[in-house]
Design a protein around this ligand. Structure first.
Ligand code: GDP
Ligand code: IMO
Ligand code: MG
Length: 423
């Protein structure tokens, strides 16, 4: 197998960083293709904890080339900070090891400002990460965006920023009544930042094409999760990119190729950060126990993650929506030793019982039907208990694809591969 996509199958934070890191050992190129520094992918190496937001998780392996594709929204200021953190943790980052598409869309100061103002004063609060993701994608789609390569020429950059600011100026002045920098000030800031990104800018399309010709092994590192997808997710409480497998084709630049396997990273329970419906959310002490035991705080914003039981109707939907061929079940250790264990197997919706979520269904109106499972209490050292086996087999039976990986701790060693990836 030569290409595998890692996709979050829930609302993000399923443990994609850990799995990308481990599978990165077996492949040549790791590509981020959507989202931006709204992501927070945690990797634990011995005593060290590394949280990557923008730089692909392959950067930890010397033999891997990390690529940021044109579908990513790129904040050059945040990149500078992250690059320094990565270098400080002893990782060698050179233009040979990290390649960034000149066509990636830049997150400007105006984008971040607009994100913050909307969240603070707008009519709908999404609970964004405040990183300017939505406004940057809006600029891209409206064809007023700044591309990374624009940072290399001051005159071009200034002209584009002036055009970009015309409409926003009116919003900042009249609607939000906030201060904002002039186009000249923003051009100077971005032009300076562009100098440190310049060595990494590359025609990533041609680079990936060459890798394909050389038969290299690809890993596509998805950010967020399918339920946050702009088209497949719980709109409007979503992010602004295609987080499902479709995003690989448009955002990575995968010349004439295809993704051979799609691995859905799935937390053994469900979490969500930010606003939006969450059918299995727990508001009691059990929810608190999972939140505390699981250390469920956002890796990017530090917000508490909402917690609930595993939602199989939603998981069945994401298997279909993203063509998942297997899943990695993470954080099983958090459920181990709990006094109760439930799983949502269907919903009551508009007077009927349905067992798969589908587009158009109003998730805020469903009532989860919970099945009681026998709690498991495993240390994951020896053979699996019957209760754990039952939990895993129920999931496999319901979703129709195998559990290829189980993870039972944040460390690299706390994992079992039940299936071979990149043989
Ligand atoms: P990502 O955004 O999908 O990469 O996930 P995050 O890094 O935001 O959140 C996952 C958290 O769970 C991180 O703190 C990981 O170190 C941790 N983690 C990953 N897998 C496991 C696991 O199997 N068990 C436990 N206890 N922690 C895990
Ligand atoms: P990783 O890759 C979890 C959520 C935000 C908010 C919504 C929109 O670490 O799994 P945005 O800033 O993207 O406009 O926010 O999406 N969100 C995430 N939740 N994990 C993430 O990334 C997320 N990235 C965005 O909390 O609800
Ligand atoms: Mg995360």
């Amino acid at each position: 197998m030569k290409s595998l996509a890692i996709i979050g199958s829930q609302w993000g934070d399923e443990g994609k960083g850990k799995i990308t890191d481990l599978l990165g050992l077996k492949c040549d190129v790791v590509v981020r293709y959507q989202g931006g520094n709204n992501a927070g992918h945690t990797i634990i190496v011995g005593e060290k904890k590394i949280v990557l937001h923008l730089i692909p998780s392959g950067i930890l392996h010397d033999h891997c080339t990390s690529v940021i594709g044109h579908g990513v929204v790129f904040d050059p200021e945040a990149f500078g900070v992250e690059l320094q953190t990565v270098k400080d943790s002893g990782i060698n980052v050179t233009p040979e090891r990290l390649k960034i598409s000149g066509n990636a869309s830049v997150i400007t100061y105006y984008n971040r400002l607009l994100d913050g103002q909307r969240e603070a004063k707008g009519p709908i609060k999404i609970g964004t990460t405040g990183k300017g993701i939505g406004p940057a994608y809006e600029d891209k789609i409206s064809r007023k965006g700044i591309k990374l390569k624009d940072l290399l020429n001051y005159e071009t950059l200034l002209t584009k920023l002036q055009a970009n600011l015309i409409e926003k100026e009116s919003l900042f002045k009249n609607l939000y009544e906030c201060d904002y920098p002039t186009a000249e000030e923003e051009a100077k800031r971005l032009f300076e930042l562009g100098k440190s990104v310049a060595p990494f800018i590359c025609d990533t399309f041609s680079f990936l094409d060459e890798c394909k010709i050389k038969n290299k092994k690809f890993l596509f590192e998805g950010a967020q999760g399918v339920l946050l997808d702009i088209d497949y997710g719980s709109y409007p409480f979503v992010t602004s990119s295609n987080t499902s497998v479709g995003g690989v084709y448009t955002g990575a630049g995968l010349p004439g190729g295809s993704v051979e396997e799609v691995l859905g990273i799935t937390k053994a329970y469900t979490t969500r950060v930010g606003e939006g419906p969450f059918p299995t959310e727990l508001f009691d002490t059990v929810g608190e126990e999972i939140q505390t035991k699981g250390g469920e705080f956002g890796a990017t914003t530090g917000r508490k993650r909402r917690c609930g039981w595993l939602d199989l109707p939603l998981l069945k939907y994401t298997v279909k929506a993203s063509n998942l061929t297997s899943i990695a079940l993470t954080k099983l250790d958090i459920l181990s030793g709990m006094n109760e264990l439930k799983v949502c197997t269907s919903y009551k919706y508009e007077g009927k019982e349905i067992n798969c979520s589908y587009p158009g269904i109003d998730l805020s109106q469903v009532e989860p039907v919970l099945t009681d499972m026998k709690p498991f209490n495993d240390d994951f050292k020896g053979e699996q208990s019957q209760e754990l086996k039952d939990y895993i087999s129920l999931i496999e039976k319901e979703i129709g694809v195998p559990v290829g990986i189980i993870a039972f701790g944040p460390e690299r060693s706390e994992i079992t591969f039940l299936k071979n990836y990149f043989n």
